[in-house]
Design a binder for this molecule. Sequence first.
Ligand code: AMP
Ligand code: MG
Length: 331
Amino acid sequence: MVNMLCLGIEGTAHTFGVGIVKSDGKILSNFSKTYVPEKGGIHPRDASQFHAANARAVLDEALTQANVELKDIDLVAFSQGPGLGPVLRTASTAARALAISLDVPIIGVNHCIAHIEIGRLTENTKDPVTLYVSGGNTQVIAFDTGKYRVFGETLDIPIGNCLDVFAREAGIPHPGGPKIERLAKEGKKYIPLPYVVKGMDLSFSGLMTEAVRMTRLKKDLRDVAFSLQETAFAALVEVTERALAHTEKKEVMLTGGVAANTRLREMLQVMAKGQGAKFFVPPMELCGDQGAMIGWTGILAYKSGSKQKMDETQARQRWRTDEVEVTWREK
Ligand code: AMP
Ligand code: MG
């Protein structure tokens, strides 16, 4: 098929998204709805019910924006993992129902890899070391001999979650990241906080706990926010820099919801420059979770020969980035 149309369904955490992508790399539409918990963190069952209730509306809007009909779709791709079990099952059920009723092939896509591939598409980067930072993931990833290898990752909570939970404990409403960034800009004094890099891996839970303790000790919230960001981001940049030096790659890409943070961007930019590498951040609407990245990665996988049977489409809650055979890139 010369120019095929893929409908990509994202559903791993808060966001249910549908993106329609052409095999020449054109994104025709990318629409999503995001579940916002009334209070506290994400509840997997509530999120999955939100996704199921909104699936039809999101699908219809994506089709309308792309100006295509269901019968024009040649391939259905979906986020098979990693993510929250009930949420993944909703997305995969929707994808199976669509693929069966349209009688088209189905492809399960790894969510983390989709973040990288959509960035490679729109930023035209060839082979970046990627720092993927979001509410649910924190990984430093680079391609090597047929797979996306994880060079470093969090051993406990993801950085976005660290910011969000800290914010919640400090009485700041969800999502905490953007508000902490604003507070941090007014911070003046660095309060020493635990900086944890173990080998190439990261840990943020001790940092989060200590930052919360500082607010209980009535330290200026702006200083705590500033110190939290400086400490966490320095650790992220350190691991990314070491992956870059080790792999001798010439590009650094930042993606995921936390990529919105200007201080993190600035620190990575400085590091990349020092290493003689180029620095990229995809447009924010493609950094967060959305269906276009799933659709595009589905196209890459399908065109390089990946086929899936219906009984291979079950959700893979803990599907690791480095388990995927990347058939669409040269070893
Ligand atoms: P995602 O999981 O990709 O949907 O991204 C959501 C995460 O990004 C949440 O943890 C937010 O707090 C975080 N986030 C969004 N904007 C910012 C920002 N400006 N600075 C830091 N974190 C942010
Ligand atoms: Mg994500």
